[in-house]
Ligand binder design. Structure first.
Ligand code: ADP
Length: 662
């Protein structure tokens, strides 16, 4: 398990250029690849063109050479065909060889110096018109060309023309001079098709389409193996001889390599598109990832902030009890750092060494079962040696697959709480002891007061009886009455002592069914002598019947006496005629109450707040504990002690207690 204490690296927003850079590089890469393809292709074309030109020049030269050679052969035939002794047999044989099928020369005509036909091989079907009337160059033989050859002394090529058999032909007029004397012309009629067929080698026609065009650009002869019309490359060169606008056109066949290049370019384009698509996909993925990472980071920061601000210590342990996570609050609590705690196996450094065995046993118990809802209290030791009271709640740590991988514990530092509780308890005990002491002191003085009266009465009754005995004037009936009164006073004294004894002995309230009217009567019985002394007139107004309450009679009586005493104290300064104190009982549906109404000095608002504070008194001989204890007694019985201003002057104190029927 990875501990969340590992800090996440900061997330920088990628700059726009970082996104654009791959696209830019990709575009550049594609551009470079396309340029390369284009360069290779143009180099290829350039090379093809160079090869084409050299091949065309070669073929043109070849044709020219062949025609010149033929002209030479025809020239060599001159002496034998136009010799003074007529045509020799040898000449006929040579001419025959020249016009053999496959040879470009299809006919040999020889002409005398005057332009007349000397003969032809093969023979002419129709005798041509006389030379001077046949001026056109396409007619055979042409007088114009004859004359030109005679005049120039060189072989003259005639124009191309279509023969009857659709063959395309041209003639070469080769003059013959016998010494310096013109002796005639030998005409060699060439078949252009045969010339091309014979002189253009097979490999040339495999690679090129060769055509011969006439002056108007019309194709008259061609040699090709494959159609090359789709090609855009061609080379046109004048074919001279025969000249006169005849040209040689050569076109290379579309190379197979072009398909490969196209395929390659297509593949590159496809691959580039694929790369663009995958970069785009990658970017989308990255954006989604980034969004998820951002959300995770926010979640993490939120969780971290939450954990850091927690006051409750959190710690997780694996199944062996090894620490796998602690939050800052826990570290602060025990005084050890995260690094010191993570990975630590029991015994932990914050266990109390004096109580190791117990802590170990508790640890094993928690690892086996966890803790209940109330948690487990344990005493630990901080790094600085201070004791730490902790309340631990342990729960199983369940992973995403639902398996338990360890224990998650929340730890509350209850040291202060425990100390405060302890202090409060001590204080309360002290207070109770003090209040008891005070009460005892008050009781003692009350006792003194109260016992004084019955004892004085007993003493005076006893003295009276003795006097009568001494005088011998003893009336038994009178004596009986006096002794009866004496006994009553002794009983009362005994009652007072018993009550005090009861109060002092018991610390816990003894709840019993109580009639507040009886309590009021008892209390008044107790304070009556004092009231008489102070000239206070006590009025009693009890409602009958009154619901009972569950309470400690001595304590409630204590409250009633205290309230009555305070009331009497408050009326010290007013004229004796107005010193009236009303003690009454009252009830509501749920409560019963004793009410003490005085007409004394009243309670100024600035004192009202402090009234119930311990030791608050305005009396020189007062202890200031009375009301405080009275309120404690009221609260002990789930009741309340309240006061209000008396509209007639003075104060009204009311002790409310829950009625037992409620
Ligand atoms: P103590 O009687 O010893 O002073 P108490 O707690 O009983 O202590 O009373 C506290 C103070 O409350 C008294 O000193 C007095 O000033 C005031 N007080 C109590 N009851 C009355 C009353 N009925 N009228 C006016 N003041 C009163």
């Amino acid at each position: 398990m990875t501990t969340p204490t590992v800090a996440m690296p900061p997330l920088g927003q990628p700059a726009a250029w970082r996104w654009r850079l791959p696209y830019l590089l990709l575009a550049l890469f594609i551009g470079a690849i396309l340029s390369l393809v284009w360069l290779v292709r143009s180099n290829d074309l350039e090379e093809q063109r160079a090869t084409l030109i050299s091949d065309v020049l070669w073929i043109e030269q070849n044709l020219r050479f062949q025609l010149e050679k033929n002209a030479d052969v025809l020239g060599e035939l001159g002496p034998e065909l136009l010799g003074r002794d007529g045509m020799s047999y040898n000449a006929a044989a040579r001419a025959m060889r020249l016009i053999q099928p496959g040879n470009p020369v299809v006919q040999v005509i020889w002409m005398a110096p005057d332009g007349s036909i000397g003969g032809a091989m093969p023979r002419l079907e129709v005798m041509p018109p006389p030379v001077d009337r046949a001026e056109t160059t396409t007619e055979l033989p042409s007088s114009g060309l004859f004359r030109l050859a005679a005049a120039s002394g060189r072989a003259v090529f005639g124009p191309v023309f279509k023969a009857i058999d659709n063959d395309v032909r041209f003639a070469v007029y080769v003059p013959y001079y016998h010494g310096s004397e013109f002796a005639g012309v030998v005409v060699g009629v060439h078949s252009l098709r045969d010339l091309v067929n014979r002189e253009v080698p097979w490999w040339f026609s495999e690679r090129y389409e060769l055509s011969i065009l006439d002056a108007s650009g019309e194709e008259i002869v061609s040699k090709s193996k494959v159609d090359a019309s789709a090609t855009e490359m061609e080379y046109l060169i004048p074919l001279d001889p025969p000249g006169r606008g005849v040209s040689l056109r050569v076109r290379p066949y579309r190379a197979q390599v072009r398909w490969v290049a196209a395929l390659l370019s297509g593949a590159i384009a496809l691959l580039a598109a694929g790369v663009v698509w995958s970069v785009w996909q990658l970017r989308r993925h990255m954006v989604r990832r980034q969004e998820a990472e951002l959300a995770l980071r926010e979640e993490y920061a939120f969780r971290r902030a939450m954990e850091d601000s927690l006051l409750t210590g959190l710690r997780a342990r694996d199944m062996d009890g090894r620490m796998i996570y602690v939050n800052p609050a826990f570290c602060r609590m025990v005084g050890f750092s995260t690094e010191e705690l993570i990975g630590h196996a029991p015994p932990m450094p914050y266990w109390d060494p004096d109580d190791l065995a117990r802590t170990q046993a508790l640890h094993e118990y928690i690892l086996a079962r966890g803790t209940t809802g109330d948690g487990v209290e344990v005493q630990l030791k901080r790094r600085n040696g201070e004791r730490l009271d902790a309340l631990i709640f342990e729960a199983p740590l369940i992973d995403a697959q639902g398996r338990q991988t360890g224990w998650m514990g929340s730890v509350l530092d209850i040291t202060e709480q425990k100390r405060a509780r302890h202090l409060a308890r001590q204080q309360e005990e002290r207070l109770q002891a003090t209040s008891r002491l005070i009460t005892m002191g008050e009781m003692a003085s009350t006792l003194a007061h109260e016992l004084n009266q019955p004892l004085t009465a007993i003493a005076s009754y006893a003295t009276g009886c003795l006097n009568r005995l001494d005088q011998g004037a003893m009336d038994p009936i009178e004596m009986r009455g006096v002794l009866g009164k004496l006994g009553k006073q002794a009983q009362r004294a005994g009652q007072i002592i018993r009550r005090v004894h009861d109060f002092v002995r018991r610390s816990e309230p003894k709840r019993e069914r109580l009639d507040l009217n009886a309590i009021v009567r008892e209390s008044i019985g107790l304070v009556e002598p004092d009231a008489r002394k102070r000239a206070v007139d006590i009025e009693v107004a009890l409602i009958e019947p009154l619901a009972c309450t569950q309470a400690d009679p001595v304590m409630v009586e204590q409250v009633a006496i205290n309230l009555i005493r305070n009331g009497m104290d408050a009326m010290k300064e007013i004229p004796a005629s107005r010193r009236r104190l009303l003690v009454s009982t009252t009830s509501t549906a749920q409560e019963v109450a004793i009410r003490v109404v005085d007409h004394g000095s009243g309670i100024p608002p600035e004192l009202a707040r402090k009234l119930f504070e311990p030791f608050f008194t305005t009396k020189s001989e007062g202890m200031g504990m009375g009301l405080n204890i009275c309120r404690s007694i009221a609260e002990l019985h789930h009741g309340r002690l309240v006061f209000e201003d008396n509209p007639d002057g003075g104060t009204i104190f009311t002790l409310w207690l829950p009625s037992s029927s409620a």
